[in-house]
Write a protein that binds this ligand. Structure first.
Ligand code: GDP
Length: 597
């Protein structure tokens, strides 16, 4: 400690800071910060806000002497300017024209974010064709007095955090929902910190004013205490009393948004370089990759070649939030597009490039950068390696993070793992939750030398990439006893070489043929990559894995073939599985043995 004191470098930190920003500020890796937090009994992920006192303890361990920054300075200094804003700043001012403000709604859970978004959608989305159904694409637009406002419709969703974290802050204005009967709560403060860090102005929607126990003055007092002094108290934060449920004050709120927008310079060049942010993306069974993009500068057109993160493609079709076909979309327009070859990550920037060749080059470069990162990955945590370390007496604990599809699977997994927990080696379950394996799980696993175990769930693309670059082991099971068997084997040091899964391609089932004595054959179209006769197939239905196993037969135009490539049709018979259905997605993969180091 005395060493630290001697070397301590002075640093100023804001009242709250995310783990990521703290890492940047004290020039260390977020993983080290998470480790240090854990050692201090705080479980935090990279996007989490920690307060100054906690940050100061961590900073001290890294050789810094932290002092609290003056609040204004904190606001000025945080976060980089996102690329799309820099692109707009680089445009000729004469080409800039006003664009609709982009608004995101934040606030504490249950304060009414979803209700407010629904109410605005019901009352202010311009009427489309009779019976026109608004699509849920993660964003929509409302009209007021001939003006348009774009709302990001992902409350409580990681999108805003992800956007901010990736330096692509998408919103111009934050509407902070605070329930008048509950007041300022922890997530309210977190939202304020996010908005301040992104330098996005806040309008407070004081919700639930219809409730008998609503206490407006108390809430205003609390807001003032956290630095949002209401305008009727001579401050500069607009506070609009509303009831999302009873649809009171919605128009006032929209007017306040336009007022704030008018005081800002919300402009873009519709003829300029096309750039924007990925709001959300998924793979649709019928349509392929569907991505919602928010255009922030320029005009996006059908036929444009787009690069989004490590996905690319020529846009085949474009729709607005009402599901209507569009040919072009200008600044602040959210659109759902088809034509990307892969699912980009929410918060990724997208850009239009000259040609598909250029797109491939950019993506190739990005992939190489992430591969290089993987090559320099730190100590891999594999079950095999852990056993070596058990033997060497270095570790006496196997740490696991468990993710499962449903709560019902978690309990038997935990209890059977606990049964293994005898002797002098301990199995510690850091946490067990339902849901897919995300970046945060991998981050925590890396920080705590744990292994991520998935039961009937898959890592999302970002998690997979991070696991590769950090060398974190993710093991997926669909049968509980295999899972416990592996863990037991690891504890006994009998684990077989780890098998690494390599996905070869995907196909979609478009028809099912019943052939006598053989059973059901899936008539498929190969969507990407290839289907290989010798490989294994995973049947995915509604996002869930319903079967995994080898291929019994693979035919193309009645011929037995060894492989079928993307764009072609084929018939696939599955060994031991007859329940294939139209719409199922087949993932073809091989298991490669990875030598034990
Ligand atoms: P979220 O978690 O912030 O998205 O909150 P929700 O929109 O799900 O709302 C939480 C609960 O508060 C729901 O039961 C809503 O019906 C209720 N609620 C939302 N707005 C109002 C309001 O203006 N008045 C009243 N009385 N209840 C509301």
């Amino acid at each position: 400690m005395s060493d630290n004191v001697r070397r301590a470098t002075p640093i100023e930190l804001p009242p709250t800071i995310t783990v990521r920003d703290l890492a940047k500020a004290i020039q260390s890796s977020p993983i080290d910060i998470i480790k240090s937090l854990m050692a201090n009994g705080v479980m935090a992920n990279i996007n989490q806000q920690i307060d100054f006192d906690t940050a100061a303890i961590v900073a001290a361990e890294m050789g810094y002497d932290a002092t609290l920054e003056a609040t204004e300075a904190a606001e000025e200094d945080q976060g980089e300017i996102p690329l799309w804003r820099r692109v707009i700043a680089g445009e000729n001012p004469a080409d800039l024209v006003p664009r609709p403000p982009v608004v995101t709604i934040l606030g504490h859970v249950d304060h009414g974010k979803t209700t407010l978004l629904d109410a605005l959608r019901q009352t202010h989305v311009a009427e489309g064709e009779v019976g026109g159904i608004t699509q849920h694409i993660g964003a929509y637009q409302v009209e007021l007095k001939g003006r348009t406002i774009t709302f990001l419709d992902t409350p409580g969703h990681a999108a805003f955090t992800a956007m901010r974290a990736r330096g692509a802050q998408g919103a111009d204005i934050v509407v902070l929902v605070v329930a008048a009967d509950d007041g300022v709560m922890p997530q309210t403060k977190e939202a304020i910190a996010h908005a301040k860090a992104a330098k996005v102005p806040i309008i407070v929607a004081m919700n639930k004013i219809d409730k008998p126990n609503a206490d407006r003055e108390r809430v205003k007092q609390q807001l003032a205490e956290v630095g949002l002094v209401p305008d009727d108290w001579d401050g500069d934060t607009i506070v609009v009393p509303i009831s999302a449920k009873r649809m009171i004050g919605l128009e006032d709120l929209l007017e306040a948004i336009l007022l704030v927008a008018d005081s800002m310079d919300i402009k873009a060049n519709p003829k300029g370089q096309v750039i924007g942010t990925v709001i959300e993306a998924e793979r649709d069974r019928a349509k392929g990759v569907l991505a919602t993009l928010l255009v922030q500068n320029g005009t996006l057109k059908v036929g444009d070649v787009v690069v989004a993160g490590t996905a690319h493609g020529r846009l085949r079709a474009m729709f607005d939030y009402r599901g209507r076909k569009l040919h072009k979309a200008g600044p602040s327009t959210p659109v759902s597009v088809m034509g990307l070859n892969d699912v980009p990550v929410a918060g990724d920037l997208f850009q239009v490039v000259e040609s598909e060749r250029e797109a491939r080059e950019i993506v190739f470069e990005r992939a190489q950068i992430s591969q290089q990162a993987a090559a320099t990955a730190k100590s891999a945590v594999t079950l095999e390696e852990l056993f070596d370390r058990f033997q060497a007496g270095e570790v006496r604990e196997l740490r696991l993070i468990i993710k499962a599809d449903v709560q019902g699977s978690l309990e038997p997994i935990i209890s059977s793992l606990n049964e293994l927990n005898k002797g002098d080696i301990k199995i510690t379950i850091l946490y067990a939750e339902t849901g897919n394996i995300g970046e945060n799980d991998v981050m925590l696993a890396s920080a705590s030398n744990a292994i991520v175990i998935g039961f009937n769930v898959q890592p999302d693309p970002a998690a997979r990439r991070l696991a590769e670059s950090e060398g974190v082991s993710i093991r997926i099971y669909d049968i509980i006893y295999r899972l416990t068997e592996d863990v037991e084997k690891a504890l006994k040091g009998m684990l077989e070489p780890e098998e690494k899964e390599v996905v070869l391609g995907h196909a979609e089932v478009r028809a099912v043929f019943t052939i006598r004595k053989v059973g059901n054959i899936a008539g498929c179209r190969v969507l990407d990559g290839e289907i290989r006769r010798s490989a294994r197939i995973r049947v995915i239905r509604n996002g869930e894995v319903v079967h995994e196993g080898p291929i019994a037969s693979l035919k193309h135009l009645q011929e037995d073939v060894r492989e079928v490539r993307a764009g072609f049709e084929c018939g696939i018979g599955l060994k031991g599985f007859d329940d294939v259905q139209i719409g199922d997605r087949l993932e073809c993969y091989v298991l490669e043995k990875v030598a034990v180091a």
